[in-house]
Design a protein around this ligand. Structure first.
Ligand code: PDD
Length: 281
C-alpha cells in the first residue's frame, strides 16, 4: 500500500511518525473516514467540511490549501488498487517538543498528516446489510464534545469489545436514559412510519451519512422527528437502523436481546439504504 505522510507518498513500511507526536502521546488529533465505492469517493465535501470544523474546535490550523485534500484522496486512489473501502485521514498537532499538556505555540506547530486507503471488497453486499445487526446498550462514558471527531477512541473500542463478548455486533451509548449514538455510527428508530433520531448537539458526532440521508428523506413522504429516544422505545419500534461512512445505512434487528419489529431488516431501512447508495454515488 502507498500511503500519504506530510506531503509524501510512501510505501506503508517507510511512513514513520515521531514517538513524541501528540497524536500518539495525547490523542491530540482528529480524523475522517471517507467511503470509496467503485473507486468513487462518497460525500467528500461533507467530510472535508467536518474536518475543517474539528480542526477549528481544537485549534489546529487547517494544513490544506484549497483543493489539496481532494487531490491527495484522488492520488491515493490512483496509486492503490482499491475498488471498495475507504480512505482514513488523520491530522495531529505534531511534535515540536517534549511531552507537555500545554499546546505548543501555534507558530511552531507542524501538524502530522496521514492518509491511507483501506480495501473492503464488496462492501455494499455485507452480511450486516443483508441480515441487520444486533446491538447492546452500554453506559455513555465518553467526553462531552462528541461533535469533534477526535482519535480518542478507547472507550468506543471497549464498547465494541463488550458487544463482541456479548456475541452481538455493536454497542449503543446511553446517557440519562436516552441513546446518544452507536460506537461508530448514528442511530435511528422507525415508529408508525416516522423516523426518530437524536438532534445534533455536542452529544453526538454530526454524521455526514446522517446529513445526506436526511436530505434525501426530505424529498420523500417519510417524516422525521429529531428527538432523543430510549432503549425501551427502540425495542418497541417497528424498525431501527444506523448510518456511517463505512456501513452506509444498516438495519438494526435486535436491541439488548429484544427483536426490533419482525427481527428482520425493515422495509424503510432497506429502502433508505437503496436511496442513500443511489444518491451518494
Ligand atoms: N465513524 N458517530 C460516531 C461516534 C462515529 O464514529 C461515526 C463515524 C459516526 C457516523 O459518521 P459518518 O456518517 O460521518 O461516518 C457517528 C467512522 C466511520 C469510523 O470511526 O470509522
Amino acid at each position: 500500500r502507498i500511503v500519504y505522510l506530510n506531503g509524501e507518498y510512501l510505501p506503508e513500511d517507510k511512513a514513520k511518525v515521531s514517538i513524541f507526536d501528540r497524536g500518539f502521546v495525547m490523542g491530540d488529533a482528529v480524523y475522517e473516514v471517507t467511503a470509496v465505492v467503485g473507486r468513487k469517493l462518497l460525500d467528500f465535501a461533507g467530510h472535508e467540511a467536518r474536518l475543517t470544523r474539528s480542526l477549528g474546535e481544537i485549534g489546529i490550523e487547517n494544513p490544506f490549501a484549497e483543493g489539496e485534500l481532494l487531490a491527495i484522496h484522488r492520488e491515493l486512489l490512483a496509486r492503490n488498487d482499491i475498488e471498495d473501502g475507504g480512505i482514513y485521514l488523520q491530522v495531529s498537532r505534531g511534535n515540536p517538543g517534549d511531552r507537555d499538556f500545554v499546546f505548543p505555540d501555534p507558530a511552531v506547530v507542524k501538524p502530522t498528516v496521514v492518509l491511507y486507503t483501506q480495501s473492503k471488497p464488496g462492501v455494499l453486499q455485507s452480511e450486516s446489510a443483508l441480515h441487520g445487526v444486533r446491538v447492546i446498550s452500554v453506559p455513555e462514558l465518553r467526553w462531552h464534545r462528541r461533535d469533534i471527531k477526535t482519535v480518542q477512541l478507547l472507550y468506543p473500542s471497549m464498547a465494541k469489545m463488550m458487544a463482541k463478548k456479548a456475541h452481538v455486533d455493536d454497542a449503543w451509548f446511553v446517557e440519562d436514559g436516552f441513546v446518544t449514538e452507536g460506537s461508530s455510527n448514528n442511530v435511528y428508530i422507525v415508529k408508525d412510519g416516522v423516523i426518530i433520531t437524536r438532534p445534533l448537539s455536542t452529544d453526538i458526532l454530526h454524521g455526514i451519512t446522517r446529513a445526506a440521508l436526511l436530505r434525501y428523506v426530505a424529498e420523500t413522504q417519510i417524516a422525521v422527528e429529531e428527538r432523543p429516544f430510549t432503549i425501551a422505545e427502540a425495542q418497541a419500534a417497528d424498525e431501527s437502523f444506523l448510518t456511517s461512512a463505512s456501513s452506509f445505512v444498516t438495519p438494526v434487528v435486535e436491541v439488548d436481546g429484544v427483536a426490533v419489529g419482525t427481527g428482520k431488516p425493515g422495509p424503510i431501512a432497506q429502502r433508505l439504504r437503496e436511496i442513500y447508495i443511489e444518491e451518494a454515488l
